[in-house]
Structure formats: C-alpha cells, structure tokens
Design a protein around this ligand. Structure first.
Ligand SMILES: [Zn+2]
Length: 369
C-alpha cells in the first residue's frame, strides 16, 4: 500500500447493504468523503467486499501431496485473486508462505500452520504426524506458527478397521483444543465421518471442515455453541471417486463415502437452517483447482442456502468471522465489482469486472471505463 497510489472513485450498489453509494479510495483505503481528482473506475455496478475462500491450501501441488516452491504458491494465490478472492484461510500447508505477505497485491493469507495428523493416518508429506501423547505440544507449535488457527485431521481411513475412524482419543483432542485457545488460536478439524465429531464439538472446537458426517443432534450442538462449518462441497464432489478407488480393498469405507456424498447437500441445508455459521471454502490445493470460489457459492445455493446467504458465506459474513472489514470508512479497499447483481444470479460471480486489492486495481485492467 503506497501513499502514491492515485485516488479512485466507484459508484454503484454496495453490498451487503444494497444501497447505491459513491465510494472513494485514498491511499489504498475506502472513504465516503469525496476525494478531488479521483479517477472513476467503476460506475453503475455492484460492489462486493473482497471474496474469501475460507478453506484452501497455498503451496500444495495439484494432484499430489508435495510442496510447491514459493513461485508456485504465488501463482496459486494469484489464481484465487483472479476469481475475486482477496482473503483466504489456508487450512494447512507444508510450505512457509510468509514471504508472500510482503506483496500487498496478493490476497491476505490467514494460516493454520501445518495439518496435525496421526502417524500414517493422512496424505503423506502434507502434515506433521504425531501420536496422541504429542498432540498438545504440537498444537501449541502450530498455533504459534499460524495466524490464529490450528488445523487437526479429525478422522481418516483406519486401514485396520477398513473405514473412516477418529484419529485421536476424546480427552487428547479436548486438551489440544484447550491448549490452542490458551495460545490465542482457534481450532478447526477435517472430518468426513461422524464418529470424530462429538468429542471435537464438545471440546469447543471453533470450526469443522467438510462435516459431511454431521447429524441433526450434532448440528443442534454446533448451533448452540456457534461452531462454524466449511462444507467444501466442490471437494465433496470427489467422494464417489474416493469410494471407487478404495472399493476393492476397503468396501466398508467405499460405502461410507457414498452415503456421506448422498447426504452432503441435506447436511449443509440442515446446518444453515439450524443457525450454524456456514462459510464457503473450496479446498483448493491438492485435488481441487484454485479459483473455484464461484463454483462453491453455487454449490451452497444448490444445497439450499438462499443466493444472498451463499454469497455472504464467501464475502461479508466470512470476512467478519475472520476479523476482516468490509466496505467501510478507513478499511483497506478490497472490493470486487460486477456488472449485474450477484444476489439475483450467482453465475455473475464468475465474471468480475473490477478487482481492487488494497486500493490497487489488479484486474481486469483492460475493462476499466
Ligand atoms: Zn483442505
């Protein structure tokens, strides 16, 4: 953010309020006070607070568990930005991407350190693998390494059982979650199945990733506690493929994954209707392409969230959950512009006409009028 940035002017409908307003950008920040000599970069469109991908990974090579080098990680962050994502919650990366924070044009990355998984119970090479007696200490290490989040792998296939199973005893996850909270970090956990969830939720975990195994009872408990869920529906689309790949050796696992897939939309709808905070995350990195946020928003809508709530889950409610401001006086000017109302047609999200990051016009430069 440089003080030499030229002042800008935008005029259009500001979301979530839905009021037509004139907004200026001075020294990279929003102001509602007219700024002389500002260049008008947008008129008559819709202005959405910078989109959020609440679950992705920067630094994981697509299709495998290996670490990208830093230029690969930068390319992934740029791909998110092209989709209008100006902040992302990195739910575990084997790569130290701190150097990317020096570039004010890249999305804000809110890190959860490295995944913490049980030994040989996760994708090789991605996480830190420990046995239960070391979970609390490792949770403290990752809490200090991240930006206010820790990511546990809550369940994974247990080959000795032939099905999904919890990775940790209940008392150990409870101690780990308490330790993270003492360190000032929130905790989230990967879960596909049901059995790991009661202990995590009862221990006061802050968020559940995927959450395909949530039951009505657990959803009620999450709603009462304010525990969030990031369903990553674009990744859940892969469940039938996971089932097919595991079918021969692990038929019980395969049928579990098919059942979870079949219920996934209903779970998201039930969580939303019960008042569980639902946020949009793509799980990009590994099996999912970066820049898929519009697809996830459409999937949330298809599962039963009203269009405006699905959009909010990738913008203003997600920003507030992560402690990020929206389009407000003095806030960093992070905004995505559209030439039609995305609340009326979510397909519009795939076609941003303007992206400002920290008040800098980053895309698409050639469409400015
Ligand atoms: Zn993930």
């Amino acid at each position: 953010m440089s003080p030499s940035l030229p002042p800008l002017h935008l005029s259009g409908v500001v979301l979530p309020e839905g009021e037509h307003r004139d907004v200026w950008v001075r020294e990279g920040r929003f102001t509602f006070e007219p700024v002389p000599d500002a260049e008008t970069v947008s008129r008559g469109g819709w202005m959405v607070p910078g989109l959020v991908d609440a679950h992705c990974h920067v630094g994981i090579l697509r299709g495998g568990g290996h670490a990208e080098d830093l230029s690969g990680a930068r390319a992934q962050a740029l791909t998110e930005r092209e989709a209008g994502v100006l902040a992302l919650r990195d739910c575990g990366s084997p790569v130290d991407t701190r150097a990317l924070d020096d570039d004010p044009d890249l999305p804000t990355i809110i890190r959860a350190g490295r995944h913490i998984a049980r030994t040989r119970r996760y994708i090789p090479g991605l996480g830190v693998e420990v046995e239960p007696e070391d979970l609390v200490e490792q949770t403290r290490v990752q809490a200090r390494r991240g930006d206010g989040w820790v990511k546990l792998v809550g369940d994974w296939i247990d080959r000795s059982v032939g099905d999904l199973a919890p990775e940790w005893p209940a008392d150990v996850v409870a101690a780990a979650i308490a330790a993270a909270h003492e360190e000032g970090a929130r905790v989230t956990a990967h879960t596909f199945g049901t059995d790991a969830l009661p202990a995590l939720i009862a221990a006061g975990i802050d968020c559940i990733e995927h959450g395909t195994g949530l039951t009505e009872e657990l959803i009620g408990e999450m709603a009462a506690r304010g525990t969030a869920v990031v369903p990553t529906l674009v990744n859940v689309e892969n469940f039938p493929g996971f089932a097919a790949a595991g079918e021969k050796k692990f038929p019980t696992y395969a049928s579990t994954m098919r059942r979870l897939y079949a219920n996934s939309g209903a779970v998201v709808r039930a969580a939303f209707e019960a008042g569980v905070p639902v946020f949009a995350g793509t799980d990009a990195g590994g099996g999912i392409e970066h820049g898929s946020i519009a697809q996830e928003v459409r999937a949330l809508h298809a599962a039963g969230l009203p269009a405006e709530a699905a959009l909010a889950a990738a913008s203003w409610t997600a920003r507030s959950w992560l402690g990020l401001p929206c389009i407000e006086e003095g806030a960093p000017a992070d905004v995505v512009g559209y030439d039609a109302d995305p609340r009326a047609d979510l397909d519009v999200l795939a076609r941003p006409t303007l992206i400002l990051r920290n008040g800098h016009l980053v895309s698409p430069v050639d469409q400015v009028t």
